[in-house]
Design a binder for this molecule. Structure first.
Ligand SMILES: C[S@@+](CC[C@H](N)C(=O)[O-])C[C@H]1O[C@@H](n2cnc3c(N)ncnc32)[C@H](O)[C@@H]1O
Length: 207
């Protein structure tokens, strides 16, 4: 972290990060309103997250990340852009889903360029598995969406088969979907573009 990021992190943590324990977060209290809630898992440095929140002020966003420099960077973005509809949880996403979110509280879940774990022996670390999909579908409201993107073709196909086999979510497209207009290019997507890798989009709905 730069000195600037460290300073912002120390000073503003309480203001922009939601502290969590083992009880459900009261989002009406966090945001002071009951607007629809969208969760982003693994926002990285958070530039796309901040841009989306600025573009969609009628939606509340919670970004989850464990990488502290990214948390510090997104805190600065929230401050600089004056965003009242975006807050951060600095904790493992699975723990947050399991322990801190009430069922059927989310209108959407974003998972942009999750760690691809390219080596076969590490595939079991990939976040998109049965347990994850069960958690996502339990936390989504009926009609809510799960939006995933990846530039890792083999992971994209694995995720697509898992999602299509999972009864709690339905594909909104035949196979991979179109890019959603609200989504800016993320930091990891920029790398993929430079390396000539296309992005695969998966957009599923909870019936
Ligand atoms: C490949 S990066 C993508 C970052 C960003 N979404 C982008 O597109 O630029 C994946 C991010 O997910 C975060 N991450 C991975 N597993 C996580 C977990 N279980 N809980 C929270 N964050 C996680 C990592 O720290 C990393 O910043």
């Amino acid at each position: 972290m730069t000195d600037m990021q460290k300073a912002v992190y120390e000073r503003e943590h309480e203001r922009f990060c939601v502290s969590t324990g083992d009880v459900a977060i009261d989002f009406n209290q966090v945001f002071g309103n009951g607007k629809p809630l969208v969760l982003e898992i693994g926002f990285g440095m958070g530039m796309a997250t901040a841009e989306i929140a600025q573009k969609l002020p009628d939606i509340n966003f919670i970004g989850i990340e464990v990488h502290r420099p990214g948390v510090g960077k997104l805190m600065s973005e929230i401050m600089n852009r004056g965003l009242s509809n975006l807050r951060i949880v600095e904790r493992d996403a699975i723990e947050v889903l399991e322990r801190c979110l009430p069922n059927e509280c989310l209108s959407g879940v974003h998972l942009f360029f999750p760690d691809p774990w390219p080596k076969k022996k590490h595939h079991k670390r990939r976040i998109v598995n049965e347990r994850f999909l069960s958690l996502i579908s339990a936390k989504l409201k009926s009609g809510g969406y799960f939006y995933m993107t990846t530039d890792w073709e083999e992971y994209a196909h694995e995720a697509l088969s898992r999602l299509e086999a999972f009864p709690g979510l339905k594909n909104s497209a035949a196979g991979f979907s179109e890019r959603q207009a609200f989504r800016p290019v993320t930091k990891f997507e920029q790398r993929a573009i430079r390396a000539g890798r296309p992005t695969f989009e998966l957009y599923f709905l909870k019936p």
